[in-house]
Design a protein around this ligand. Structure first.
Ligand code: PLP
Length: 400
């Protein structure tokens, strides 16, 4: 019989995939389901980007590319980091992969050994802990409180660091909360990191163009350039350009780390799709007004939904700084009973009740490491979001 490796048996299938599957199963049974689980843009990839990909196919741009990406894509990435983050990087400080997800995985694979610790502030994107475990490391989850807008404080970072700490993972704006660090907050974290030269920082900035806050988006790479030799800044085209299926992500970091990631990439996939790389290079360098347009739409949805949720007794929700998620707190509902007499004891009970009673599919907060909350994606139409809020309000109103 098949004997699976520990690196597989020790990890979970993503809980968001499981929640999306529950919704699909019910829909297949004929139920009317409002699915708020999906973390991807509902917009289609803009036509000009598609045209570039079609032209790439026609012109024979259909072969292996260099392991570290095409020169055109690397140039686009370099320019983008220089303009937006004021990071001047050399060509050998850039790597390109099949999504930010693959780059993060390879970054951990290149550096994490059994016994090594990776600090992950909670709530976190569900994949980080499992990626660490799959690579033999130990995730060190640091709870962050809502009073701090779910952000890691210098004191709790300091307390979590040990001689075995290899990485701190930062995600700003965050999935699932949408909150982002200010430049000052990042300076505070950088001060702690300066005292611990063994700690690298993985800054996942995949949502940094989807921005609503009245302060500017900041990167630890910009505020602490002296830490450049241990900072990996990850980004990609999935979220900003509605290109999740094209699978292009990238990172900028210290040469030795980038070389290690590229070495693994050379044995793993050789390179991401040449066609997607052509499209991504175009997306990054073309007129960005389409991004601004979509961000306006995301923002309106996010604000309206946040307001509707806050009007529901028992629910409170922070206004996000960016991304397209809301992470409402449901402590006011814990302990209540459903019309069927079942007690809501945790956020999983609540999302199952929402799905069962009103057909609203969301993901429970425990999956992101902080209870009692639930996560919804607002990357769906205003009509669907309004309908969802009406259903959620009704479900909550029926609790006693
Ligand atoms: N990082 C975060 C925080 C995400 O939410 C996601 C996607 O859900 C990713 C990375 C992965 O993005 P990509 O499509 O580039 O692999």
């Amino acid at each position: 019989s098949l004997k699976l490796a520990r690196r597989v048996t020790d990890i979970r299938v993503s809980p968001s995939t499981a929640a999306a599957q529950r919704a699909r199963d019910l829909r297949a049974q004929g139920r009317d389901i409002v699915d708020l689980t999906v973390g991807e843009p509902d917009f289609d990839t803009p036509d000009p980007i598609k045209e570039v990909a079609i032209a790439a196919i026609r012109s024979g741009d259909t072969k292996y590319t260099p392991v570290n990406g095409t020169p055109a894509l690397r140039k686009a990435i370099r320019q983008d980091y220089a303009t937006r983050l004021s990071i001047d990087c050399a060509d050998d400080q850039i790597c390109v992969g099949g999504g930010a997800k693959q780059i993060i995985f390879l970054g951990l694979m290149a550096t994490v050994e059994p016994g090594d610790e990776v600090i992950i502030p909670a709530p976190y994107w569900v994949s980080y802990p499992d990626m660490v475990i799959a690579n033999g490391g130990t995730p060190v989850i640091v709870p962050c409180v809502e009073a701090d807008r779910f952000k890691l404080t210098p004191a709790s970072l300091e307390a979590a660091i040990t001689p075995a700490t290899r990485w701190l993972v930062l995600n700003s704006p965050s999935n699932p909360t949408g909150v982002a660090y200010t430049a000052d907050e990042l300076r505070g974290l950088a001060d702690v990191l300066r005292r611990h030269p063994q700690v690298f920082v993985l800054s996942d900035e995949i949502y940094d163009r989807i921005w609503y806050a009245d302060f500017s988006a900041a990167s630890i790479a910009t505020v602490a350039p002296d830490l450049a030799d241990r900072t990996l800044v990850v980004n990609g085209v999935s979220k900003s350009y509605a290109m999740t299926g094209w699978r292009i992500g990238y990172a900028v970091g210290p040469k030795a780390l980038i070389a290690a990631i590229n070495k693994l990439q050379s044995q793993m996939s050789s390179c991401p799709s040449s066609i997607s790389q052509a499209a991504a290079a175009f997306a990054l360098t073309a007129d960005q007004s389409q991004v601004a347009e979509t961000v306006k739409v995301y923002r309106a949805r996010c604000e309206a939904t946040c307001a509707s949720l806050n009007a529901i007794p028992g629910i409170s929700c922070l206004q996000p700084d960016g991304a397209f998620y809301l992470y409402p707190n449901i402590s006011g509902l814990i302990g209540k009973r459903t019309p069927a007499g079942k007690q809501i004891t945790c956020d999983l009970d609540f999302v199952l009740y929402l799905l069962d009673s009103e057909g609203v599919a969301a993901i429970h907060g425990a999956a992101y490491g902080l209870e009692p909350h639930f996560r919804i994606s607002t990357a769906t139409s205003m009509e669907i979001l309004e309908d969802a809020c009406i259903r959620i309000a009704r479900a909550c109103g029926n609790l006693t």
